[in-house]
Design a protein around this ligand. Structure first.
Ligand code: MG
Length: 385
């Protein structure tokens, strides 16, 4: 029997972090938790620490952290996250935060030679060149966690990269896929947070409704699989059963199918190269009956096209896109801008940006800060439809 794989999790109280701990609890003989990190202290985080007894427990907001069990050492602040991410006794670091705070810890983990299972797409969008360079330097892999990228990765196993003709990412269309277009300006945050297929965090659920999420995922796929943008496409697939497809030179297409349950791609990222049993319900295609596919409507889903345009421009545009979108979504969730203004604001910030080529970490952070300030400055205050 092998030693259990030792896992450190950044973002353990978020949606992916909690589901990763469920997966780990399914296989106590296969996985051990050596590090847990969250943004803030909470009863949920304390419960996780008490249950899994990691060697390190970090809070990115520094504060009173003297409550952990005897076998756990508490860390605080940005430095604590970096220390946890690069801890030598982790076999795999799961980066399960959303947003940009994980950029430095992700790079630190990779440079220290820790493989990273990356659920945070913002990190790759804003600084994919730095993340992949850190992986090359550390001689380790960046393992996809997102369902689409896990699907592509599984389809590519055993295949020659130069024989890939096209990669198709599927998109459910999110909360407003069937809403008459003229009603989009009046939707509320509560409506946007109601995803038809997936349970996920707030920011990504809104990104699914604008399809910005799929645009970010296209950029993520380009970095993870070294793909040119022209070889990617997005297709609407309401059922979220086919998680993505890869077409090869001979016209053959491979797809990966499963029920929309994030625990499945999370488990594959943790257990790779092995496949472990899961206690969840099997896929019953006869019961599902039919699967549908369709084109992506440019007027309804402007977010995806903005992301692809930012990728085409390259340089620091994707970092601006990412930051502007994160702020605009936050403003929408707080009732300060309308849903249909999210892409408008992001586009306006992109238009004002003076690009930086091949930005290093410091320049990426400066661009990020500029884009956040510019978004706040540009965002109109409460414009009722
Ligand atoms: Mg996804």
């Amino acid at each position: 029997m092998n030693q259990p794989k030792r896992i450190a999790i950044l973002g353990s109280t978020g949606s992916v972090g909690r589901q990763a701990l469920e997966v780990i609890a399914w296989h106590p003989d296969r996985f051990a938790v050596v590090g847990l990190a969250a943004r803030n202290d909470s009863p949920a985080f304390r419960e996780q620490v008490a249950r899994f007894k990691p060697r390190l427990a970090a809070l990115s907001s520094p504060g009173e952290n003297g409550w952990h069990p005897a076998e756990t050492r508490g860390l605080g602040g940005a430095e604590g996250l970096v220390e946890l991410a690069s801890m030598p006794d982790a076999d795999l670091v799961l980066v399960a935060t959303s947003g940009t705070a994980s950029l430095r810890p992700t790079i630190a983990a990779l440079e220290a030679g820790r493989p990273v299972a990356l659920a945070n797409k913002e990190v790759l969008v804003m600084a994919g060149h730095l993340v992949m360079r850190a992986a090359r330097r550390g001689g380790v892999a960046v393992i996809p966690v997102d369902s689409e990228h896990s699907a592509i990765w599984q389809c590519l196993r055993g295949e020659a990269p130069e024989r890939v003709r096209q990669v198709t990412l599927t998109a459910s269309g999110g909360a407003f896929r069937d809403l008459p277009l003229e009603e989009l300006p009046r939707v509320t945050p509560a409506q946007a947070l109601h995803h038809p297929n997936w349970r996920m965090g707030a920011k990504i659920t809104v990104d699914s409704a604008t399809l910005m999420n799929k645009g970010l995922e296209v950029l993520e796929a380009c970095w993870l699989f070294d793909l040119p943008l022209e070889r990617t496409r997005i297709v609407l697939h309401r059922e979220s059963i086919v998680h993505s497809l890869v077409e090869f030179a001979d016209g053959s297409v491979k797809a990966q199918l499963s029920l929309p349950d994030m625990r499945l791609p999370i488990q594959y990222a943790l257990s790779y190269p092995e496949r472990l049993a899961v206690p969840s319900e099997p896929l019953d295609l006869a019961r599902i009956g039919s699967l549908s596919f369709g084109e992506v409507d440019r007027r309804r889903f402007r977010g995806a096209f903005l992301a692809i345009e930012a990728a085409r421009r390259g340089a620091s545009y994707p970092a601006v896109l990412n930051a502007a979108n994160e702020v605009a979504v936050g403003l929408f969730l707080n009732g300060l801008v309308r849903f249909d203004q999210i892409p408008e604001i992001v586009e306006a910030v992109l238009e004002r940006h003076i690009p930086v080529r091949e930005p290093e970490l410091e320049a990426v952070c400066e661009v990020d800060a500029w884009a956040r300030a510019a978004t706040h400055a540009l965002a109109p205050v409460t414009l009722p439809a």
